[in-house]
Every structure is written in structure tokens, then in C-alpha cells.
Design a protein around this ligand. Structure first.
Ligand SMILES: Nc1ncnc2c1ncn2[C@@H]1O[C@H](COP(=O)(O)OP(=O)(O)OP(=O)(O)O)[C@@H](O)[C@H]1O
Length: 249
């Protein structure tokens, strides 16, 4: 296709707009007055050391922290505000607005098969209707799972379980995928291949934020890397534009 006949790139859209977000658990404030915007089609790395609030930011977006205040707009709709009725109370509404959270530590069920896990990720009516082509796409991203579809996940290796956990998240009909430390606990080579698989996901109009402690796994692979330090964001740099990524973590 020539440049002249190529379809114009769609305008990038604000998928997530976080403004003035603070969040924590009980008396503890983990996230401090944080702002973040994520656009359609981009993969953003969120890098920070253990305990600096990456998971808490994801939980706050999902409405799973003990408390939070500030604005979180997902696909233009406010899903933030002050939550006083307990973690998880509004999470289904955030999910309906387009969130898929792929949690740290897999959260899988040992007795269920790989296929049952993948199908469980297609829980909205639209995703369920399209689950066959969705599953094919996930299996193309994680080919080792093809032969394991009928195997209970309790029998899989750590790397295979991570593929199942991420694959289940990718089955969702979501526009924002939050992936929490996909390489955690894996051998370096396996962690790298899981990260490469995430990079091969066709985002289309959706977006992905990947929390990771190891900046080297993200460098040169994502559009932006944002450092997180004691509950605040810092050190944003565009790697795709050829700038040197800062290691402010
Ligand atoms: N459910 C919870 N209840 C109370 N405190 C929590 C809870 N989850 C996390 N914390 C605390 O919040 C702080 C930030 O933790 P968080 O898990 O968000 O950091 P992180 O950057 O994701 O690091 P990690 O790699 O450990 O997940 C830590 O002090 C942690 O102990």
C-alpha cells in the first residue's frame, strides 16, 4: 500500500485520565496527588521499586483500595471520586467501562484447565460471543498454551501459569489493560519472553500500562516509561521518539 492510499491514523483518544489521585489503606496514604493520562494505542511502562505504590495505583483505578480521592476518568466517564463504602464496591462499574486488571501473582485456580481460565476472562456478553477468535489471538501470543488447553493449571510451570493469567486478562473486552509485574518470580529468560508476548498484543484503540521493577525489560519496547517513587510519578521520557530513557526510579 502506498503512503497516499494508507488509511489516516485515528486520532489518539484519552483512555485514562487521572487527576489529583490520593489513595491508601486505613491511615496510610500510598498514592499522593497523582496525575496520569494514557492514550489509545499506547503501551506505557510504570517502573518503581518494591513498595512504591504501583499496585496501589492499579487498585485505585479499579476501586480496590481502602480509600481514595481524586478524579479517574476511564473512556470519558468518572470512575473515581471519594470511595467510602469499601474496596470493590464499584469495581464492576469500572470493569464495565473498559478496565482489565491483570494482577500480580497470577490469581489462578489450580483445578481449572487452561481453557476454562481463558474462557472465564471473556465474561462480558460481547467478549463471550467472540471468545473463539479472542482465544485464537491469545494462543497466537502464547503458543505453548495450545497443547495445554485441557490441562489443569496446577500442573503447569510458573511461566505457563503466567501466560494463563495474562491470557485470561487479554480475553476481556477492555480498552485499558493494567498488567502488574508480569515478570515477577520468573527466570530471566522466561520473564523476557512473557514481556515480548505482551509487546506483540495488537492494541488497536485500547491501551496497556505495565508495572515492572526491571526497567531493562521495558526500555526500547514501550512508548513511554514513567518512574514511580513513594507514591508519586516522576521521570517520564518517550523511548519511541528516540529520547534516552531516564532511570529515575
Ligand atoms: N492491601 C493492603 N493493605 C495495607 N497496605 C498495603 C496493601 N497493599 C499494599 N500495601 C502497602 O502499600 C505500599 C505500596 O505497596 P504496593 O504493592 O502498591 O507497591 P508496589 O510498587 O506495587 O510494589 P510491589 O512490587 O511490592 O507490589 C506498601 O507499603 C505496602 O505495604
Amino acid at each position: 500500500m502506498t503512503a497516499a492510499s494508507a488509511a489516516p491514523r485515528p486520532e489518539k483518544r484519552e483512555i485514562l485520565k487521572v487527576q489529583g489521585l490520593s489513595a491508601g489503606y486505613g491511615p496510610m496514604r500510598v498514592i499522593h496527588d497523582l496525575d496520569l493520562t494514557v492514550y489509545s494505542g499506547e503501551r506505557v511502562g510504570l517502573v518503581g521499586l518494591n513498595g512504591h505504590g504501583k499496585s496501589t495505583l492499579f487498585y485505585a483505578i479499579a476501586g480496590l483500595t481502602g480509600w481514595q480521592r481524586g478524579s479517574i476518568r476511564l473512556n470519558g466517564a468518572e470512575v473515581g471520586g471519594t470511595r467510602s463504602q469499601g474496596p470493590g464496591r464499584y469495581t464492576h462499574l469500572v470493569v464495565r467501562r473498559g478496565l482489565a486488571l491483570i494482577p500480580q501473582g497470577d490469581e489462578i485456580f489450580h483445578g481449572l484447565t487452561v481453557e476454562e481460565h481463558l474462557d472465564s476472562g471473556a465474561f462480558t456478553p460481547r467478549a463471550w460471543k467472540e471468545r473463539k477468535p479472542r482465544k485464537d489471538r491469545v494462543l497466537a501470543i502464547f503458543p505453548p498454551l495450545v497443547k495445554l488447553l485441557k490441562t489443569p493449571v496446577g500442573r503447569l510451570s510458573g511461566g505457563e501459569r503466567r501466560m494463563v493469567s495474562i491470557g485470561r486478562g487479554l480475553m476481556a473486552d477492555a480498552s485499558l489493560f493494567l498488567v502488574d509485574e508480569p515478570s515477577l518470580g520468573l527466570a530471566p529468560k522466561i520473564g523476557k519472553s512473557v514481556m515480548e508476548a505482551l509487546m506483540s498484543v495488537e492494541l488497536g484503540d485500547s491501551a496497556m500500562v505495565i508495572a515492572e521493577q526491571n526497567v531493562a525489560l521495558l526500555e526500547g519496547r514501550v512508548e513511554r516509561i514513567i518512574g514511580m517513587h513513594v507514591g508519586k510519578l516522576k521521570g517520564e521520557a518517550s523511548v519511541a521518539m528516540g529520547f534516552q530513557t531516564r532511570r529515575e526510579i
